[in-house]
Design a protein around this ligand. Structure first.
Ligand SMILES: O=C(O)CCC(=O)C(=O)O
Length: 326
């Protein structure tokens, strides 16, 4: 069982009371290519960092093309999807489910090279290598076509294969300019700090959702909504432009806001990351980390899952988006 004291023991350096960002930055010999000190200060304070106009538009277009191809030929591919909280194989979807809001494609990066490479966008990989003091690794990805309308939550009770659990962050890449009526993501700056979030007890002191948890995700949402209300934190609605990317802390409260215009898409790509040292060993092929990856760029990795082999790939594999180790 993973408890609050385990989280406090395992926290990343930057979340500890004695974190010395100046000392960390002053000993670096290479420039990050952005204001790393400011980004780390903001991360510690707000639990988010936003990089504007840094994501490769050609890769975004390649992923959008992959998504359209997948939607048109979905019975030819092997991918898990989530619809109304239920996981299914994409080939078992009805047309109605394929078009339902809230449909998520799980880990499209296993069949889309463009997606795998987007997860390792330079600024995100470089920034997270400093947060983790280790190579960032994508653990899973989620692709949305429309707004999720997901209630307020934090990721770590659900995304918890990594050891230690606090080695967790996420990025959110818009695949188009996001319209305020499409159900944008919203987040609560500063809510990642333990004095604000507290620790939701799923039962007997466990802070992770387990198969025998006595409390429900909706109770977590009610708890977090009350914590942010009590601390007076206002939500920030994220309406990014294509090219922007938001990175958030594994304990940051966030939600999918209400869709005001159901005709609008909200095409977006989320990656959850851990550090190389915390990556679940059982998910790695025997040749990893030297081999067994789909993408290895900018110091980060997207590994092949140990249980998957030779999946039918989407068109970006052929279109010069194969990527290379750098
Ligand atoms: O994009 C959204 O609406 C929600 C995404 C999210 O909550 C997540 O990936 O953890």
């Amino acid at each position: 069982m993973y408890r609050q004291e385990d989280w406090l023991r395992d926290r990343l350096w930057i979340d500890r009371p004695d974190a010395d960002i100046d000392a960390h930055v002053d000993q670096l010999s290479d420039s990050a290519g952005f204001d790393l000190r400011e980004a780390l200060v903001q991360w510690r304070r707000d639990g988010i960092v936003l990089f504007r106009d840094v994501v490769d538009h050609a890769l975004i277009d390649a992923l959008k093309n992959d998504i359209e191809h997948l939607r048109a030929h979905y019975r030819d591919f092997d991918l898990l999807v989530e619809t109304s909280g239920v996981q299914k194989h994409i080939l078992d979807l009805t047309e109605e489910e394929l078009n339902s809001p809230g449909l998520k494609f799980n880990s499209i990066h296993t069949i889309s090279r463009a997606a795998a490479r987007l997860s390792l966008t330079r600024e995100v990989s470089v920034f997270l290598s400093h947060v983790f003091r280790d190579a960032p690794c994508s653990m899973q990805s989620l692709t949305f076509y429309k707004g999720s309308q997901q209630p307020i939550h934090v990721d770590y009770p659900y995304v918890r294969c990594q050891t230690p659990v606090p080695h967790l962050a996420a990025s959110w890449i818009p695949l188009e300019d996001i319209h305020p009526d499409s159900g944008p993501l919203a987040y609560y700056p500063g809510s990642h700090r333990e004095d604000i979030s507290g620790f939701f007890d799923w039962g007997d002191g466990s802070i992770l959702l387990e198969s025998d948890s006595q409390r429900s995700p909706m109770e977590l949402s009610e708890y977090l909504a009350e914590r942010v209300r009590q601390s007076g934190i206002q939500s920030q609605v994220y309406c990014p432009k294509k090219g922007d990317v938001l990175v958030w802390h594994g304990n940051l409260s966030h939600e999918g806001t209400a869709i005001r215009n159901p005709d609008l898409t909200r095409k977006s790509y989320v990656t959850h990351y851990t550090s190389l040292g915390a990556y679940p060993k059982a998910h790695l092929k025997p040749s990893a980390p030297e081999g067994g990856w789909i993408a290895h760029e900018n110091g980060g990795y997207v590994f092949e899952y140990s249980w998957l082999n030779d999946l039918n790939q989407l068109p970006s594999i052929e279109a010069g988006h194969e990527g290379a180790a750098r």
